[in-house]
Every structure is written in structure tokens, then in C-alpha cells.
Design a protein around this ligand. Sequence first.
Ligand SMILES: Cc1cc2nc3c(=O)[nH]c(=O)nc-3n(C[C@H](O)[C@H](O)[C@H](O)COP(=O)(O)OP(=O)(O)OC[C@H]3O[C@@H](n4cnc5c(N)ncnc54)[C@H](O)[C@@H]3O)c2cc1C
Length: 391
Amino acid sequence: MKAEGKKRVIIIGASYGGLHAAKEFNKKDDFEVLVFDKKNFHYLQTEAYDFIANKSNISDITIDIGTYINKLSSNIKFVKEKVLEFDASQQKIKTASNEYFYDYLIIATGARTNFPSFIKGLRENSNGVKTLFRALGFKQKFESTIYEYITDNAFSHQRDYNIIIGGAGLSGVEIAAEMAYIIQTDFKRLGIRCLGFNITLVDAAETILPGMDRRIIYATIKRLKALGVHIKTKSFIKEVYPNELILNDGEKLPFDFMIFTGGIKAEPIASQKEYKLNKFNQYIVDDLYNIENEKNIFAIGDVAYITADDTIIPPTAQSAEQSGTIVAKNIIKMAHNQEPIKKAPIIRGMFIALGGKYAVGTIYDKIVFKGYFAYLIKKFITNFYKVFLKP
Ligand SMILES: Cc1cc2nc3c(=O)[nH]c(=O)nc-3n(C[C@H](O)[C@H](O)[C@H](O)COP(=O)(O)OP(=O)(O)OC[C@H]3O[C@@H](n4cnc5c(N)ncnc54)[C@H](O)[C@@H]3O)c2cc1C
């Protein structure tokens, strides 16, 4: 039952985007807000590299959604249910056991790893890191590969051990660097010469970190090389088998395990009507984040294809957070008969963790930071986010 005299906002997805939207309704008692998520925790994907490298544990990279929502005012509630579909004509959503009516709907369901079906065997034979379950599996596999190496290989080189990361974007690069750093420092501590333990980044693009500032790319390549990471760009993965992949030019790369971070596929919600999506399944939204022809339904974060002045805003945590805040503020305005404000997310900077206490990044695409200071900024950003989650 909807509370009388209140506007009901339903938010689907309680992560970077959804939680930022929810927080805007704190103490706004003329709204009743229901935040849905199929999980009871918010997975901090942006810190996956630390988790995989054993520098943090599950409690460091998860936030209990119910606990967070309970700290907000009582007009905001968490519902742990998977939303199966929505019906715009009746203004309702459906879960397996219930239906809920809304005045405004915010879809913040994010994305998962895209395993393109034209790459034969990719999905079956590689891992992603966009869910905690996958990241955990990857962490365990990484550790057991190190264990095997130490027991069978370290003192007399029997064979090479190979880890392949398909996709040299932000997440692939961070994971490669952190793994390489762990191997270098751990093996040094054990007094082992790191013979034949290879980490290889493979990407079809001309360069790693496609689309990023040249200075960042250059500094990252330098750091990856210093860590012993092999970089193979302009290399299109054609087929993947349990322990080997084949590139378009026929070259074969053996691996002990492979992760794929080559792109995302959004998770839109099934609906009575069909809405415009791009090839990554993202809702094509207008400059108020409305999905096609629906003035009270919004998509934010990774599930939305957001552009500003014909430039694509990359799907990042910061664009999810900002789009969540903007949409929630606009809903409050619209409910009070005020004009909503058109505003695109502003990418303030991007910092890439590159193993140990080292990072590179830029602020507003102007100043480039490298090394320990950049690492401190990166840590400040993530810790600041955790403070945000403690109302
Ligand atoms: C390894 C890695 C490193 C990254 N590093 C950075 C970085 O340094 N900086 C940066 O800005 N970005 C980074 N990103 C990208 C960033 O994590 C994403 O852009 C961000 O998670 C998007 O947030 P979101 O709220 O849109 O969606 P998500 O975080 O994907 O959350 C979606 C939520 O919706 C829920 N959900 C989905 N479907 C349903 C349903 N049907 N019913 C109910 N609930 C549902 C899910 O359970 C989930 O909680 C990184 C990503 C990865 C994988």
C-alpha cells in the first residue's frame, strides 16, 4: 500500500547510483522511497583489485544495504527482492511475490561483464570480476596458482605459469598491476627467482586504456613493464579453450587461468513496452535521464547510455553517483512543480591503482599525478566514499 499524501519513489539497484539517489530523500518526508536490490550487500567493485590481491577482505569491499538504509530517515526502506519487470502504463513493478506501485521509478541496475558470443568459448573458459562471487573465485584461483608454482616450479623451472587478462581498460590494468606486484614482492620475500610466471594483458585496441589521456597511458605502460606485465595490444581474441586462447592472426597463448574485463552489458528490466537500448543493452536516456517517452522513469549509472554534447560519458562509479544525485534532486523539484535541471555528470578525475602504493591519475584532465601521492589521492577517494555510506 502506498502511503497516503506521499509520492512514492522506487529505486531498483542499491549500488553507487541507487544509493546516491536514495540519500537525497533523507528527511524528505513527503516522499516514500523503496530501494530494491536482489542482494543484501553493495559490492564495491572499484576496490576489487585490492581484494583479489589479498590486501582487503570481503568486509572491506561490501556494505550491508539494510544497515545503511536504516541509518537514513524512516521514509526510506530497503526491500531485498529481485525486480522482474515494470509496467509504465500502470506505474508498477513486479517481483516474484509482490507488486508495488510508484510515482517515480529510478532504474540503477548496473551491468555485468560482456562476454561477446562471437568469441568462441570465452564465457565458458574465462572469469569476470563484476560480481563478488566472480571476484572471490578469481582471488582463490590466483592464490592456488601461486601455491602450485611455489610447490612444483619455483626452485626448478618445470614450465611457465600464465595468467591472461583479456581487456586492458581500467579494471584489467589495475588487476594486472596488482597481481604482478604481489608476485614480485611475495616471491622476493620467499627468496624465489620469479622464473616463468607471466601476466599478459591482451587487448584488440591500439593501446591499453583506450580513450584515456596519453600521459596516463604512457605512465601506466612504464609501470606495467617495470612490474614485468606483458602487453599485447592490437590482438583480437578469436577463440578460448580451457587452457589456451587463439588470436585472430593464429597465435596461441596458453594460460593457467584467464579473466575477461573487455566490456560491459547492461542489465535493463523487462517491461511491457520496449524501450530504446544501445548495443550494450543500456537505456538511451535524454538529458534528464528519462528513458524513451517516460517522464517519470529514469535510468542512471551503468544501465544508462549517458552523453553530453555528443560525447559519451563513460560508465564509472562517479558518473553513476552523480546521475543518481541529479535525478533524485530533479524528482524532488518535479514533485514540487519546479523545473528539473539538465545536468550531465562531470568526470572530475580518474586514478588507476598500479600495484602496491603506486597509482597514476589526472584531475580534470589537467594535472597528472604519479606514484605514492597519486596512490594517496586514490585511497582518499575510496575512503571518502565509505564515509558517505556512514550517514
Ligand atoms: C574491477 C573494477 C574496477 C573499477 N574501478 C573503477 C574506478 O576506479 N573508478 C570508477 O569510477 N569506476 C570504476 N569501475 C566501474 C564501476 O564499478 C561501475 O561503473 C559502477 O559499479 C556502476 O554503478 P551502478 O550503481 O550503475 O551499478 P552496479 O554497481 O553494477 O550496481 C547495480 C545494482 O543493481 C542490483 N540489481 C541488478 N538487477 C537487479 C534487479 N533486477 N532487481 C534488484 N536489484 C538488481 C545489483 O544487485 C547491484 O547491486 C570499476 C569496475 C570494475 C569491475
